[in-house]
Design a protein around this ligand. Sequence first.
Ligand code: GLA
Length: 388
Amino acid sequence: MQIQDLKAKYSQLFPQSDAPICVAAPGRVNLLGEHTDYNDGFVFPMAIDPHILYVGGRNGSSRVRVFSLDFSELDEFDLREIEFSHQHRWANYIRGVCAQLLARGCDLQGMDIVLQGNIPQGGGLSSSAALEVGAALLMNELNGLGIDRVEMVKLSQKAENKFVGVNCGIMDQFASMMGQRDHALFLDCRSLEYELVRTGFEELGYSVVVIHSGVQRGLVDSEYNKRRSQCEEAVELLRRDLPEIRALRDVSPQHLDLVNDLPGDLAKRARHVVTENQRVLDGIAALRRGDLDLFGQLLNASHESLRTDYEVSCPELDLLVELCRGIPGTLGSRMTGAGFGGCTVTITAEAQVKELKAWVAEEYPAKTGITPKVYVFTASDGARVLEC
Ligand code: GLA
């Protein structure tokens, strides 16, 4: 994936348009804090190297033309009438961002855009968030809108909620926009206060290994929404004893006895969220002390909680986690993202990565019939304008 190729395509398709600018927006992997963002809680993701590249310029009309090099498809729409596209589903993330900008009263001009990405699809590494955040940054620059980064994050999330119709939280867009090289992002999803925390993994001889289970996240939409409403229901019931709470974020681990008394699955769901928020806080404190062992144990505990209490794992993810934990030098391993397939994240000694890859390449297909994809990611910069 090269900017020069995107630029060449841009000149070929849109010879009359303005000189373009170039924007990159990365995917993310979440280290700790799963299914906490929509509970006003804490998350700790990092932006990764794979990203979406945009090359775009103004065209002096009210039309937007977007060419995807990955799909070899051209999407075209008018800014005065933006509808959901059933034909080019990938384009809805860009259409949605345009619609949100217009809803804010921004003065958008017609644009011509070429894009390409190398974020693994369907793996829970936030290629959609990267599409949105990159589009927001590109349009902000091209139209001189002067919108600040956190506002662009919010409107990108809104594009996904309202236009694409996926009820996600704010973590993915935030990580893609605000990530920083060598750092993970500690975000309070209620106040949107954040802090970039040096992970120190590489300096201390460790790697972040992400493995795609090859299982597509089929149930994810319906089950995701179900978990969200179960959390809201749990809050309603807990308010009888804790009238001041607004979200599960406000329930401290000290009140786990009340949580455990909730009916049926609600106890399990709420217990995950309450303990996961605490794991984020403990994990960050551990990293600051350089205690990677504890950080790893918290990853393991997070997986157990997601598997048994939140029930969003699947046998393939459990198997990958087991295999990775079996490698000496692994500090911790868990599923990452929404679940029901997608990826695991593992912190393992750099010197053992080769062995881990070989072990997973042998054992995982033997037991599942699926070839896994293994990646080593370092924490990367968030969305940015590139020289072009
Ligand atoms: C998806 C959503 C996020 C978050 C995670 C689970 O990635 O887009 O907002 O809820 O699932 O932690």
